[in-house]
Write a protein that binds this ligand. Structure first.
Ligand code: C5P
Length: 233
């Protein structure tokens, strides 16, 4: 596995209600955090401008937009995200969508992360949506298809990281949310792992939101996670 600076392995999810709240958090975190995830909520609330500004200021940006559309639209949207200077972009793991996004990267450094099956889905949800596969089989099928399409990595719960690492081998990036400190508040996450265990399970990057952004001291929280990552790597 390639060496990544421990600080770059922590991705803080800017799940905040407004661009100004997000800007304040970024200013507060300063050099303690180098990588931010901006999702649909903040993007639709004006967060794309923030993403561009942060990228220009030297931060790494993960745009969690979960693209899925006809190939031409996916390709054009991917080009726009690459121009913006983002490092990671999520797409749904449909073979057509993945091939279109991959083909649109050109010489850019943007890396694609596929969402195999959303963790809110169980077997009954997939059946209701018309699928012939259960979650486990569909996740494995789409992970292999992502690899074949040249997608760089997968986003998946930390609990799935060890099995997925065994399935896809050492080269694909595994990016995992659902991270909590050993003594932390779990909140609405059902299956969580500590940073150290997630890294040991094969995760390359950890997506962490509230344990940093809602901490009494966000800088100390981020530093503690980076230290735990460094200790487990
Ligand atoms: O605050 P918390 O650390 O739970 O935030 C986790 C982040 O990862 C959120 O942005 C959430 O939407 C995202 N995420 C997740 N579980 C998934 C996929 C994404 O928690 N299966």
């Amino acid at each position: 596995m390639p060496h990544i600076d421990p600080r770059d392995r922590l991705i803080v999810a800017l799940d905040l209600p407004s661009v100004s709240a997000a800007e304040s958090m970024v200013a507060r975190l300063g050099d303690a955090v180098s990588f931010y995830k901006i999702g649909m909520e903040l993007t639709y609330g004006g967060g794309l401008g923030l993403a561009r500004e942060l990228a220009q200021a030297g931060k790494k940006i993960f745009l969690d937009l979960k693209l899925h559309d006809i190939p031409n639209t996916v390709a054009r949207a991917t080009e726009q995200v690459a121009d913006l200077g983002a490092t990671f972009l999520t797409i749904h793991a449909y073979p057509q969508t993945m091939r279109a996004a991959r083909g649109a990267l050109g010489g850019s450094t943007l890396q694609l992360l596929a969402v195999t099956v959303m963790t809110s889905y169980d077997d009954a949800d997939l059946k209701e949506a018309g699928y012939a596969f259960g979650v486990k089989d569909l996740v494995a099928r789409r992970a292999r298809q992502a690899q074949e399409a040249g997608v760089h990595g997968l986003i998946l719960s930390a609990e799935e990281a060890a099995d997925m690492r065994a399935l896809v081998g050492p080269d694909m990036l595994l990016v995992t949310p659902g991270i909590r400190m050993a003594d932390g508040v779990v909140g609405d996450q059902k299956r969580v792992m500590t940073p150290g265990r997630a890294i040991a399970a094969g995760a390359n990057h950890l997506v962490v939101g509230r344990p940093v952004t809602q901490a009494p001291d966000p800088v100390a929280a981020a530093r503690a996670i980076v230290a735990e990552i460094a200790g487990a790597a």
